[in-house]
Structure formats: structure tokens, C-alpha cells
Design a protein around this ligand. Structure first.
Ligand code: HEC
Length: 101
């Protein structure tokens, strides 16, 4: 029985980690400066999605400080976050979903 409960909790943990959605990451960390389609303090996610690749977006989120020059910015004011790989993957997916909106 104990083994079964252990198995069940590991299983549901993995499930919730896989389902972690980008919208939540967006609302928690990005919304103050980026919106989905409207320009806010930073450019909109739909604009980012239309001009950047998945890898570029990922690299920028991981380290705006090492990426801003190659993206054409004179300086960076974007927060550098401590996100997990899963959170980064889900937010990148979420940004790309805004493409063409
Ligand atoms: C404090 C405000 C702020 C927050 C919070 C913020 N950003 Fe930014 N972001 C900016 C600004 C301003 C820029 C423009 C360049 C710069 O300052 O780094 C930018 C640029 C970017 C770019 C590159 C844009 C391009 O030209 O392609 C990406 C990608 C990005 N942000 C994603 C995110 C994501 C994802 C989050 C949430 C995890 C986030 N940002 C949170 C302000 C912010």
C-alpha cells in the first residue's frame, strides 16, 4: 500500500510538472512589462514571436544581459529570472503561440 501511494504521488508530481503552463509563468513574471498582443513597457509577445526563433527567445529569457546587444538594444532593463528549464520551455511555447495574433 505504501509503495502504491509513493508511486501515485510521484506520478501526479510528474504530471503536474509536465502540464505547467506558460500562461501561469507569463502572469507571474512577465505581465508587468509584456502583454500578449499589445505593446506594453516591453514589446508584445506576438511581435517577439514573429521575429525571433525559439532558441533566440530562450536565450534572451535566460540572460538578457548577454543577449541585448545582438538583439539590437542599446541597454537592458529586463529582469533576469531564476526560472527552471520547464518554466522556460513553457513560456517560450506560450510566446510562440501568440504569433500572428
Ligand atoms: C521589468 C520589465 C520586464 C519584465 C518583468 C520582463 N521583460 Fe522582457 N523585456 C523588457 C524590455 C524593456 C525589453 C527590451 C530590451 C531589454 O530591456 O532587455 C525586453 C525584451 C524581451 C525579449 C526580447 C525582445 C525582442 O526584441 O525579441 C524577450 C524574448 C522577453 N523580453 C521575454 C520576457 C519574458 C518571457 C518575461 C517573463 C519571464 C519578461 N520578458 C519579463 C522588459 C521586461
Amino acid at each position: 500500500m505504501k509503495i502504491f501511494i509513493l508511486f501515485l504521488s510521484i506520478f501526479s508530481y510528474t504530471l503536474s510538472a509536465n502540464n505547467l503552463d506558460g500562461k501561469k509563468v507569463f502572469e507571474t513574471y512577465c505581465w508587468g512589462c509584456h502583454h500578449q498582443t499589445a505593446t506594453s513597457f516591453g514589446i508584445s509577445f506576438s511581435e517577439i514571436a514573429s521575429k525571433r526563433t525559439k532558441d533566440e527567445i530562450k536565450a534572451y529569457i535566460i540572460s538578457p544581459k548577454s543577449m541585448y546587444k545582438s538583439f539590437g538594444y542599446k541597454r537592458t532593463v529586463m529582469t533576469q529570472f531564476e526560472l527552471t528549464d520547464k518554466e522556460i520551455d513553457s513560456i517560450v511555447k506560450y510566446i510562440l503561440l501568440q504569433k500572428g495574433k
